[in-house]
Design a protein around this ligand. Structure first.
Ligand SMILES: Cc1ncc(COP(=O)(O)O)c(C=O)c1O
Length: 399
């Protein structure tokens, strides 16, 4: 062991504790649900998970995952093109393509892997990527891995997008493409990408559009198909990426949905596809069941919407001022990072688990409590959560 090396990391950790950015892992003793048991805390109501449809512990999803495990075992023990792929992968990918309104889809072990695997292949030397400044870290890292030129536009600023596209057109190589990339729902703000405007502007510049709909699939649109359905733009987005780790079962996994040509190219050359194992069969089977539940049980989406509405209105009526939005994310800006962390701790003392986010995740001075809704929450859970917000909000002088 190299003592100096480890001491360096220990010092770095201490600095994080001292400047208030240290993250503590909370240990849960039961499944992710509206309430669960937290070590040394007892039962807590959860407002910090992306379990939008409440499927993470749904009996049908759990049963399907177990059946997947029984049928296929743990996994392929290798890469798909080398040792084959399970038929459950094909079924899942067909269901994801149907859900996304695209010709084809391809699963990855996470959406992180999908974004960092697809972007460098689909935009490379001679191409230009034009990306929203608030895009998810996995898009940012995907762009870092790409050999394409890049231009970052101000968050949802369509004038700025247009000016970056004007630059992109000048700097792209002969035969190069321009790829505009945006989150569908921005995870820290809860706001929606302005897809109709983005598509119209991208169209004028001959650019393709990629949307990461991780926080929108299973949440937005009349049937929960995400931001394209919300805006009536199904079939018009060139590339959609998404996660299976939020509304669609909550285990893990991600996907790219696009034309057959793009998906085939990814199977051939996307590095996580050709150098890394496939999604475990149990996870694929659980996610497939989650997609089926989303499509077959309209009550899930209705409950999510009703709960989001009740939470948002409850917070507003007691004097909080959450950022407006139509997604399942309800951020309350509180200012300093230490304030958000303190508020989150006080809420947990009252049995409500909701995370505070501060610098460097969000800009200094805009630290926030991010409330996330779920179809799993009962009226009693929401009442308990709102009571805690009311007490803590008054104690901290926020309301
Ligand atoms: C917009 C967005 N993209 C991608 C990801 C990564 O998803 P996964 O957990 O499947 O890697 C997340 C997760 O936080 C996300 O919010």
């Amino acid at each position: 062991m190299n003592a100096e090396f480890h001491a360096k990391w220990s010092d770095s950790n201490t600095a994080m504790v001292e400047n208030g950015t240290w993250k503590t892992l909370r240990h849960l003793e039961g499944p992710m649900s509206a309430r669960t048991r937290m070590e040394n805390r007892g039962e807590v109501v959860i407002l910090s998970s992306n379990n939008y449809l409440g499927l993470a512990n749904h009996p049908d999803v759990v049963a399907a995952s177990k059946a997947g495990l029984d049928m296929y075992g743990a996994g392929t023990a290798s890469v798909r093109f080398i040792c084959g792929t399970f038929t459950i992968h094909r079924e899942l990918e067909k269901a994801l393509a149907d859900l996304s309104g695209t010709e084809a889809a391809l699963s990855y072990v996470s959406c992180w892997s999908a974004n960092t695997g697809a972007i460098p292949l689909l935009a490379s030397q001679g191409d230009v990527i034009v990306s929203d400044e608030l895009n998810h870290a996995s898009i940012i890292d995907g762009i870092r891995l790409s050999k394409a030129e890049r231009r970052i536009y101000k968050h949802s600023d369509m004038k700025n997008l247009e000016s970056k596209l004007t630059e992109a057109r000048k700097i792209k190589g002969e035969g190069g493409s321009i790829l505009v990339i945006t989150d569908g729902v921005f995870s820290m703000e809860g706001d929606l990408a302005r897809l109709p405007d983005i598509l119209e502007i991208a169209g004028r510049f001959g650019a393709a559009v990629m949307v990461d709909d991780s926080h929108a699939t299973g949440v937005l649109g009349p049937h929960g198909r995400g931001t394209p359905e919300h805006y009536g733009l199904e079939g018009q987005i060139d590339i959609i990426t998404g996660t299976l780790g939020k509304a669609l079962g909550g285990a893990a996994g991600g996907y790219v949905a696009s034309s057959r040509a793009v998906v085939d190219a990814l199977i051939q050359s996307s590095r996580p596809q050709i150098f890394s194992n496939a999604l475990p069969a149990s996870v694929a089977a659980g996610a497939l069941e989650a997609v089926r539940l989303l499509r077959g049980d309209a009550a899930l989406l209705a409950r999510l919407r009703e709960n989001t509405h009740t939470l948002r209105n409850g917070l507003k009526s007691m004097g909080f001022n959450p950022l407006e939005g139509e997604s399942g994310i309800i951020p309350i800006i509180v200012g300093q990072t230490s304030f958000a962390i303190d508020m989150s701790a006080k809420l947990l003392d009252r049995g409500v688990f909701v995370t505070g986010f501060g610098f460097p995740v969000v800009p200094e001075g805009t630290a926030r409590i991010r409330v996330q809704s779920s179809a799993a929450l009962t009226k009693g859970d929401i009442e308990k959560a709102l009571d805690a917000f009311s007490a803590v909000g008054r104690e901290l002088g926020l309301i």
